[in-house]
Design a protein. Structure first.
Length: 108
């Protein structure tokens, strides 16, 4: 049995139902996240473009790069790093794990 602190740290995002190469938007408390399955490795980033608030999860996704649908800024999903203008600031990344078929994210 997990101790109380361990249980509190992780937020359940629901079933691990993304196929490799897929992504979607999910709510986690007051945050909107973009969740990705990169060939079996799961990643979560803030679903907000650091240029002007675009919803990254609605952009195109190829390899490890998500492209903002508003003005074309690109972000590296594993690191959140801004890869090109007009974004220069990274978007937040959050640790993810899959346990018993559920996706868990740490928002700390
Ligand atoms: S809001 Fe994303 S590139 Fe401008």
């Amino acid at each position: 049995m997990a101790d109380a602190n361990e249980t509190e740290k992780w937020t359940d995002l629901g079933p691990a139902d993304l196929l490799p190469g897929e992504h979607k938007s999910v709510e986690a408390g007051w945050r909107n996240l973009a969740l990705f399955n990169l060939n079996g490795t799961w990643h979560a980033i803030e679903d907000v473009c650091t240029h002007d608030g675009g919803e990254l999860s609605t952009g195109s996704f190829e390899g490890t790069t998500i492209t903002c649908p508003r003005h074309g800024a690109q972000f590296d999903v594993p690191t959140g790093k801004a890869l090109c203008f007009p974004a220069v600031t990274p978007t937040a990344v959050f640790p993810v794990r899959v346990e018993n078929g559920r996706v868990l994210v740490s928002l700390d």
